[in-house]
Write a protein that binds this ligand. Structure first.
Ligand code: FE2
Length: 398
């Protein structure tokens, strides 16, 4: 072995992919990693970084690293995982589609407020564009439903509910009705225009009279849609019955069980999830895992069992795009989740325990980590941003 290949480094230089030139041992002589092996998991990285670890026959404290391999890692860092690059491109495109959709909803609501009818053609175009995006790259657009914008709650919420309801419809038996479900979900709260603002924005509990007015918004919404020329029952049921509950405790009709259309139920599930995971004037947002568990447990008797299960499997505990904190102090973004392993998604590492960006944005499977787990979500300043820190990581790597 030539000396130029070999370098001894302090443990803080170790990273995923580093290759040791000598065997690594614990203090009691247990072999941790053989010479020549690369560090492939965060668990190995964390263990090898412990102060008791020694290397080679002489049991030296400094780590013998293959410097040629380090140079390869530096080169790889210029060229992040294609999955991450692809995801980032998708997010950028989806971000434009989402912003355009929000501004379309805003103009539809403004027109109705001004006494005009709903621009159904614009609504149809908006749904088609979102649907096209979801059929192409569902991860990007769905991940953006985690990005909340407190300034324009109603419009952003309408687009999120539309995206999530379409996403659910595409993965259940309702693909044929997906455009109608999307349209109903996009306009599900259009009737709120006739509810006074002081009721909509009230921070405390509503009085019985205020509640009565609030509960009329699905009825107002359907009236508005009919007046605008929309008569399809699928669309109208999403609007009229998105607050009905299987237990019969919903409104406006107190419908029960199978008397509530699956289209309304899909809108309802998407509506509840997005509302729970968004900051409101009267309460802070739940994190996605808390929200999904609450829906799966406390709300199960109010929601259609099969559709709820499909939604839980689709969105998961750690939705694609969410930023998570790992038990070793690292931060990561979720790239993919698995219905069979809800606590062990595939993630891309974004920052180490000191908060430094990780060049090359390594992708790891949490299921291969036996010593590192996800301990919570990261709530960034100004809310969630999928692309910002990942893009920063790519730039730094390049
Ligand atoms: Fe509503």
């Amino acid at each position: 072995m030539s000396s130029s290949r070999k370098g001894r480094r302090s443990k803080r230089f170790l990273r995923l992919g580093s290759r040791l030139l000598e065997d690594a041992y614990t203090q009691d002589g247990t072999l941790l990693l053989r010479a020549g092996a690369r560090i492939t998991t965060l668990t190995e990285l964390a263990r090898l970084s412990q102060p008791d670890v020694r290397f080679g026959k002489n049991l030296a404290a400094e780590i013998p690293i293959d410097m040629e391999n380090e140079a390869v890692l530096d080169a790889e860092a210029m060229d992040p995982d294609p999955e991450v690059t692809e995801f980032l491109k998708g997010v950028e495109r989806a971000r434009e589609v989402k912003h355009e959709s929000i501004s379309n909803v805003e103009s539809m609501f403004a027109a109705v407020e001004a006494g005009e009818v709903v621009d159904l053609e614009l609504a149809r175009r908006t749904v088609s564009r979102l649907l096209e995006e979801l059929l192409g790259d569902p991860r990007a657009l769905v991940s953006l439903t985690q990005l909340k914008n407190a300034d324009a709650y109603t419009y952003t919420h309408s687009v999120h509910v539309c995206v999530l309801a379409i996403h659910l419809a595409l993965h259940t038996d309702f693909r044929d009705q997906v455009e109608e479900i999307g349209l109903g979900a996009l306009l599900h709260d259009i009737g709120k225009i006739r509810v006074p603002l002081h009721i909509l924005n009230k921070q405390g509990p509503l009085t019985p009279d205020e509640m009565k007015q609030m509960k009329l918004h699905p009825v107002f919404g359907v009236e508005q849609l009919k007046k605008s020329g929309e008569t399809r029952p699928t669309v109208l049921s999403c609007v009229l019955h998105h607050h009905e509950k299987v237990s019969g405790r919903g409104y406006p009709d107190g419908k029960r069980g199978r008397h509530i259309s699956p289209f309304a139920m899909m809108t309802s599930i998407a509506d509840i999830y997005d509302a729970l995971t968004t900051d409101r004037p009267y309460r802070a947002a739940m994190d996605p895992k808390e929200a999904i568990l609450m829906m799966a447990k406390q709300m199960a008797e109010d929601l259609h069992e099969g559709l709820l299960q499909s939604f839980v499997s689709l969105v998961g505990y750690y939705p694609v795009g969410s930023e998570v904190q790992l038990s070793n102090g690292f931060r990561a973004r979720v790239l993919r989740h698995y219905a069979s392993k809800p606590n062990e998604p595939r993630v891309v590492l974004t920052a180490d325990a000191e908060g430094r960006p990780i060049p090359g944005l390594p992708v790891i499977e949490m299921s291969k980590e036996c010593g590192v787990s996800i301990v919570g979500f990261v709530r960034g300043e100004g809310g969630f941003s999928v692309a910002r820190d990942l893009a920063g990581g790519v730039r730094k790597a390049a």
